[in-house]
Ligand binder design. Sequence first.
Ligand code: PLP
Length: 423
Amino acid sequence: MGEDTASRTPEEVSRRLRAQTPAVLHAETRGWSYFDGPSGTQMIGAGIDALATHARQGLSNRRGYSPAGDETEALIAFARSEVAALFLAEGYRVVFGQNMTSLAFSLGHALARQRAREGTSVVVTELEHAANVDPWVQPFAEKGATTRWLRVDRESLAVRSEDIEAAQDADISVVAVTAAANAVGVMPEIAPLRELARRSGAAFVVDGVHVVPHGPPDVAELGADVFICSGYKFYGPHVGVALVRESLAAELPAYKVTPAPSGGPEQFETGSQNHEGIASLGGTVAGLGRLVESPNGTGARAALRALGRQEGELGTSLVKGLRAIPGVEVVGHDGGQQYVATVAFNVAGRTPSEISQALRSRGVFVTSGDFYASALAARLGVDVSGGWVRAGVAGYTTEDDVARLLDAVTTVADQPRARREPA
Ligand SMILES: Cc1ncc(COP(=O)(O)O)c(C=O)c1O
């Protein structure tokens, strides 16, 4: 489907995104900075407009005999083709759903129906969000399959090659891995995990939720049989997207009501979909595409990749700045592995939620906790201390935002802990 070359610099693309993101412009007037993109980004205006236009012009459910019915069919088709271009997803079905987690549960049940049995296993890594663990593990476990965890090295955050090696001869039905860890930003090396899946004929599932806003992969090159992401993490609405390799989808026995289509993406789209959200998703991807002047229909791909490069630069100064603050400890980001610009850190003597509250009162919005990356929190020993503070650089983040965050952390880290009231 062609090149993803952008004719604008990453900085220009970032500036244009910011100018077209109303909530961020509103935040600017209040002196606020959003660093909670890993939890969810603000919406680009094009996505907001597409939703409003659709609702204003008239809604209809599928196959309605009215202009609104035609419009609904057209916007779904448009959103599917925009999303396919975003991931160069030739040979994949583009399936919409409520969110990543629901799509994963639905596909996990279908996969288990097809191939779960005693003696087989599901392989997951300690970097995963629980949404890329339980939807595969639970339906397989119900049919007697086991779970194999690939551990993460505490220092490098690499998935341990010894564990991958030890799984080589196992009977494996699913290998599930994230393309970027939502809690700490590390991007695991995908090739050995894909190889592990291929060796045993397992379905190779990639959680793309955290990577897409920083640069959408080419799904075929990634080798994913299933790739799932969520629109609200890349400047769009709360709509989940699963790309399912056609050859797998054709064989997969979906759980669905009997009269619903038995083929196509609709097979996996149970019930009526969020058409307003899908309208918005199509509008979001098209709007991202217009941030760059791209020679073909893959503009959004070029835009997100350019934004990822811009974020990388800001992320580097954020990490450097945080490391220079006494008492602050940053997780990872020290060479060896690739990262997106998501930074988890802790401040000595303070809980992550205390720090996040204190930053909030200074107009700097981060998040705290384990972000459902429970296995990683346990591996790194922060499960008992409230997890991490997480600051995510988004495509609309500026140098001023980063400076504001660093100033605020410096002040907060220097303050004595709030005195607790006696119980
Ligand atoms: C890496 C990752 N995977 C999966 C999910 C779950 O996504 P959703 O909220 O769309 O179910 C999240 C949500 O934060 C995430 O960060």
